[in-house]
Design a protein around this ligand. Structure first.
Ligand SMILES: O=c1ccn([C@@H]2O[C@H](COP(=O)(O)O)[C@@H](O)[C@H]2O)c(=O)[nH]1
Length: 283
């Protein structure tokens, strides 16, 4: 069994680090000439798979935009997962789950156990019931060669009130989460299967306690916030420094607004991926 970290490492080598978010907002469906219903969702997903299946290493469907259509929406999400898998793209399910440990096990069964139709290569998780409460999710993911991305410092400004708070040891909550992720990944090669989420939007002034040292978690760093939330690819070096080589820039609206034609969508993902690759080789 090849670990998620190893599969991701190889996929990035082949296709580049861009992670495209799949967020079928009602307004986006309308812009694409689609109804805000299950048929519209289905057609949206077909276009996305066709455009991105051969283009990027990893995609990130936002579960909420499927859940809002009820059980039929979840069925579309299940088919999307299967189609993306057939297209050879890794899938990070953005569900941001978190609860007490016994319930987290049920989330693990849903999202990282291959016997579930909702199983993805990795899932996002909220550690704000305590990092230890995520243990069943992390253990199940690792046992099946899958991964987990733990929120550390999210891209939204409201995240600061929780994630910048300092504990009795002086570390911010975000910093503590990075340290926990590093511990889990300690022996992993070539890349750990537990990633962290740190927004590309965060200030480079150190207020979050996130810095070039503690960002070295030996795992992928998912960086949302480019485009619609105001960050740019050119900001990544200032925020992440040398760790930028482990960053997966996550971009959704900035790419999806180029639909609904398959060619335009694919071209925009290609162009942004190129921009990221060029930024990585800049001195
Ligand atoms: O810190 C985070 C974590 C996840 N997200 C998710 O990303 C998309 C929004 O992406 P855009 O590129 O801004 O359209 C959405 O699914 C969020 O839940 C995030 O924005 N920040």
């Amino acid at each position: 069994m090849t670990s998620f970290g190893a599969r991701l490492h190889e996929a990035i080598r082949r296709r580049g680090p861009l992670c495209v978010g799949i967020d079928p907002h009602p307004g986006l469906l309308a812009d694409w000439g689609l109804n805000d219903d299950v048929a519209g969702l289905e057609r949206f997903c077909g276009t996305v798979v066709e455009a991105l299946g051969g283009e990027v290493a990893i995609v990130k469907p936002q579960s909420a935009f499927f859940e809002r259509h009820g059980s039929s929406g979840i069925a579309v999400l299940e088919r999307l997962l299967a189609d993306l898998r057939s297209a050879g793209v890794l899938v990070l399910m953005d569900a941001k789950r978190g609860d007490i440990g016994s319930t987290v096990q049920a989330y693990a069964d849903a999202y990282v156990d291959p016997s579930s139709p909702l199983c993805a290569d990795a899932v996002t998780a909220s550690p704000y019931l305590g990092f230890g409460s995520l243990r069943p999710l992390i253990d199940t993911a690792l046992a099946h060669g899958n991964g987990v991305f733990v929120l550390a410092r999210t891209s939204n400004p409201e995240g600061a009130e929780v994630q910048r708070a300092r504990g009795s040891d002086g570390r911010t909550v975000a910093e503590t989460m990075l340290d926990r992720v590093r511990e889990v990944n300690s022996d992993a090669q070539p890349l750990g299967s537990v990633g962290c989420v740190v927004g590309a939007t965060i200030a480079a002034d150190g207020a979050d306690g996130v810095n070039q040292e503690n960002l070295r978690v030996n795992g992928p760093v998912l960086a949302p916030g480019i485009g619609a939330q105001g960050a740019r690819v050119s900001d990544l070096r200032a925020v992440f420094g040398p760790v930028v080589h482990s960053v997966l820039p996550a971009v959704s609206r900035e790419i999806l607004r180029n639909g609904p034609t398959v060619a335009a969508l694919a071209a925009s993902a290609f162009a942004l991926n190129q921009q990221v690759k060029e930024m990585l080789i800049e001195k």
